[in-house]
Design a binder for this molecule. Structure first.
Ligand SMILES: Cc1ncc(COP(=O)(O)O)c(C=O)c1O
Length: 472
């Protein structure tokens, strides 16, 4: 076959750039303008109200309509967004926060997970999941993931439990759903708390219940790249009044609420944080929430088209979609994941990716490394330079978790050799965009014999021929 690959100087399969942007229209604009006109930027005032404890335990739906309580639970947009989000997810409480990263820290802290407690975390996630555990001086313990869902492997969770374990922090990665029955069962048997990182999975379900509401609490990200967004932001959901109360205190300078004769044990982890969501972000969020189903359908439709395009191709493995199976999980694809099969493709993932990028197709390879391979963990440097929190909780434990290459082989192989992440299933990508991705992948697959044996050095030289597109 004539060699037409763009990597070798041929015409690329696609020259129009791809785009990903949030679905924003006049609704967001109107909400924000209204807030600005009403001078509604933040209605928080750090002072105690007569019925403070009632306010702190008030379900989001009730809090929305009680305007006299605005000063601790936020202004109109924050409280209305909270009520709408809680209703959508089927939770009693939704607590708006400035990011999912702080949301994870706060949910753990509100559940009284603190210094020296171990939190079991999957080896693969955005770095925030592992780092968030450190904020209140807890210790992340990384375990391997399942090869098909990329979510935490319950068997590995069980093996990682020690007397110090306090929590399990599953991540519903790429919109897939972790095995919540198995995780809740382990948690029940060992007296652990489950906090779900649902940053990438708003609307995904487990046994017809929204993820985020299956564990003790769940955390969503509303950062711009997420399915719905507020620019930066997040949401904690829970049905537990005490967790909600404590989370509201932690994010709102809750120390102002305490009196000298209050029980000091109630003050645990309430240390003067301000992690509030601004009113303007909540205004955007209220409009975005109305679009959750639409944007999820958008991503799902494109994921299905891409699945159709890529299925059956040699060298491309497609893990089954949870949405189309008969199992308890129903994913909402945050992005589309295919797996490179080097043996069948006849070349390394790096070479295949370079060839596909040269064709004008943006494709990612997942996160740079497992979370435990981040220098923070490898070097154990977080607070100060002397190893805190690993060393500062009673001088450290000789059997703190080890962070080293090789400890989670499934995760390492996914990140180093297999993951092909297609982000462009998101709005505003069209069916035609998916067909173009399919056409380009098929082109590279058809000509894969020409890729065999190429090295990293060869790719450097070829980058010139492909006009730099390899690096995009
Ligand atoms: C799985 C996961 N957890 C946590 C976060 C952190 O979210 P945020 O940026 O809102 O802090 C992200 C963000 O990308 C994420 O993907």
């Amino acid at each position: 076959m004539a060699d037409s690959l763009a990597l070798f100087g041929g015409a690329p399969a696609r020259t129009t750039p791809f785009n990903v942007e949030p679905m924003v229209d006049g609704a967001e604009e109107e909400m924000v303008l209204r807030a600005v006109r009403e001078k509604n930027f933040s209605r928080y005032i750090g002072s105690v109200m007569p019925n403070m404890e009632d306010v702190l335990r008030m379900p989001s739906a009730e809090a929305a309509s009680l305007s006299e309580y605005w000063h601790f639970l936020g202004g109109e947009n924050v409280r209305q967004f909270s009520a709408g989000f809680a209703a959508k997810m089927g939770a009693k409480y939704a607590i708006p926060i400035n990011a999912a990263t702080t949301g994870i820290s706060v949910a753990l802290a509100a559940a009284r997970v603190g210094p020296g407690d171990e939190v079991i975390v999957p080896a693969i996630s955005y770095t925030a999941t592992g780092s968030a555990v450190l904020l209140f001086n807890s210790i992340p313990v990384f375990v391997d993931v399942e090869p098909d869902t990329f979510c935490i492997d319950p068997k590995k969770v069980e093996e990682a439990i020690t007397p110090r374990t306090k929590a399990i922090l599953p991540v519903h990665l790429t919109g897939n759903v972790a095995n919540m029955d198995a995780l809740n069962d382990i948690a029940d048997r060992h007296g652990l708390v489950v906090i779900e990182d649902a940053a990438q999975a708003p609307g995904a379900k487990w046994r017809d219940r929204m993820v985020g509401t299956i564990g003790k609490a769940g955390v969503f990200s509303l950062q711009q790249s997420k399915n719905i967004m507020t620019g930066e932001g997040g949401m904690i959901v829970t049905d537990d009044p005490e967790l909600a109360r404590r989370a509201r205190l932690i994010i709102n300078h809750g120390e102002v609420v305490f009196e000298p004769d209050d029980d000091p044990s109630d003050m645990e982890n309430i240390i003067g944080c301000n992690f509030r969501m601004p009113e303007l972000c909540a205004a955007v969020g209220r409009a975005q929430l109305e679009k959750l189903d639409t944007v999820n359908d958008w991503r799902s439709r494109n994921a299905d088209i891409l699945r159709e395009e890529l299925s059956g191709l040699p060298g491309i493995d497609l893990p089954p979609s949870q949405r189309h199976g008969n199992g308890p999980a129903e994913d909402v694809p945050h992005l589309f994941v295919a797996l490179h099969n080097a043996e069948a493709m006849g070349c390394s993932r790096a070479v295949f990716v370079a060839a596909l990028r040269a064709e004008g197709i943006p494709v990612g390879t997942g996160y740079l490394r497992t979370m435990y391979a981040n220098p923070t963990f490898l070097n154990r440097v977080a607070y100060g330079a002397k190893g805190c929190p690993w060393t500062c909780n009673g001088g450290g434990s000789p059997d703190w978790p080890v962070y080293e290459a090789g400890m989670c082989p499934v995760a390492e192989s996914l990140l180093e050799e297999k993951f092909l992440w297609f982000y462009h299933i998101a709005h505003p990508s069209t069916e035609q965009d998916m067909r173009d991705i399919g056409r380009a992948v098929k082109k590279v697959v058809a000509e894969r014999a020409n890729l065999a044996g190429l090295t990293q050095a060869d790719l450097g030289a070829l980058a010139k021929k492909s006009q730099g597109r390899i690096g995009t």
